[in-house]
Design a protein around this ligand. Sequence first.
Ligand code: PSV
Ligand code: MN
Length: 430
Amino acid sequence: MTNPFSTDFIAAHNAQLSGALAADYEALATTLARRNIDVAAIKEKAKEFAVAIPSWGVGTGGTRFARFPGIAEPRNIFEKLEDCAVIHQLSQATPTVSPHFPWDSHDDMLAVRDYADSLGLGWDAINSNTFQDQASQALSYRFGSLTHTDAAVREQAIEHNIDCIEWGKVLGSRSLTVWIGDGANFPGQQHFSRALERYLDSTRVVYDALPDDWLMFLEHKMFEPAFYATVIQDWGTNILCAMELGDKARSLVDLGHHAPGENIEMIVSRLIQFRKLAGFHFNDSKYGDDDLDSGSINPYQLFLVFNELVDAEHNRAEGFAPAYLLDQSHNVTDPIESLINSAEEVQRNYVRALLIDREALYGFQGSNDALMASNTLKLAFNTDVSPILAMARMEAGGAIDPIACYRAGNYKAALVDARPALGNTGSGIV
Ligand code: PSV
Ligand code: MN
């Protein structure tokens, strides 16, 4: 592996920027002190923040029409881990990887775990995939998987999820995320309640196979690949299923899986209130499940989501420990750069939400001062917390300017020969 990002390399890069950073950080500390906020305490919280990298996110994504691969794409789980390690080294915000099976399958999962260990990476939620057919599989998921009308197809999908749990045990994961593409493309095609009953019957078997200390994350999505109706279409169906299954089942919120304009932060609040929030697949969207970089389209929405999360932290909501994961598709950027940027954007909105004067907000809510309640949020959102993020990163061993440092390392250019093109330029999801 060619990894130019040694501690010395990063430190030398930081040396050019640390003087300006110290000045910016001090100026921000003064501003925040006037608001009774201790910048050092916020910086420590920033250091504790982590978001998992989706293994599928380090390859170039594609739309239904085309894929334009970048150079030196990772070709297997080992190379994906190498790219994830670079992202974490520079950002110091992404210590874990969320793998997707069978995309990341390998004969020797112990070797995969050892390799991640050697790179300083851990594991987050395992993802199953019964939304595509694999060359080796006996029965097709064309008309569904866990909800298929044919019991044999359902059994095959259940088995795959149980295999995922086994692989996850080897890696040291503690959660399984289940997203299915099952649904209908035509009105009348599917009996809604029978399909949902089949889903519950299938997921109950998977749920029962979970180790005691594991959680099952159910993921909803209102459309695609089924364009008329999906079986687990929204957070309502999701939480009903999670309640049916039991304590270990929670609802995962992928920001792109809702109707345009939906109040996602309110969904988050409801899931927290009923102790059913699994966590997030962070990304951004303009029209649908666009899987764009986090914070690139609607950063205020991301901030409002974190307002709810920090509120729960503040009030010490029982059992509150959501999983933070990215789930993006990078079509025109180097995925490493997009993931570094996105991790920072998610962290940025967490830190901004920490700046909200919560007691003042509760006061304005109580006195129905709508304008000042909104302004209280805006004051935090409009604060440029970049110096806190950069200082936290530098102190943790990361780069003050991770994108500039990454570009200075010429990482991908140096890997072109070692990682020849896959030749897959067709359409396709990741
Ligand atoms: C589906 O659109 C999804 O959001 C699910 O999380 C999948 O596992 C992921 O994308 C990867 O394609
Ligand atoms: Mn997702």
